[in-house]
Design a protein around this ligand. Sequence first.
Ligand SMILES: [Zn+2]
Length: 145
Amino acid sequence: MKDRTEDRLRAILCCCGDDHTVGEGSGHINLVQLDKLAEWPFMTATNVLVPESKNYPLASAVVCDRCIAEGREILYAIKGEPGPDGEAVYSRVPLSELKKPDFYWPDHHPDRQLEKAYEEMALENQRISEELLPFTLETLPPYEE
Ligand SMILES: [Zn+2]
């Protein structure tokens, strides 16, 4: 089944410019978390490890691969609102129209960002290894020629 959200995001203009859609500039849909408050329900960034982030959802940008490779400036955030059919409708908002959040949670919980996620991934990988791989180097018989 084709994801209609993905199609809709590829069809919008890239958040770096007005001359191309995300799909024209990219094979991927790249989401970038911005330091602006998102005042709409969809395409917002929060962090499940930071409860305060729910009160200060951050705006996101959808950027194509080409603009990332060229280091182009992000000019817009992507706004998602419920449409008449119940599915999200996306539009762009110039960054100059957005507020800074009163509480920018990534600054307050750097310990709950990537390192914490990596830590949890490592624990999960260890759990999977122990569960699925009964043999370790120590339990294998020594190699003999
Ligand atoms: Zn682009």
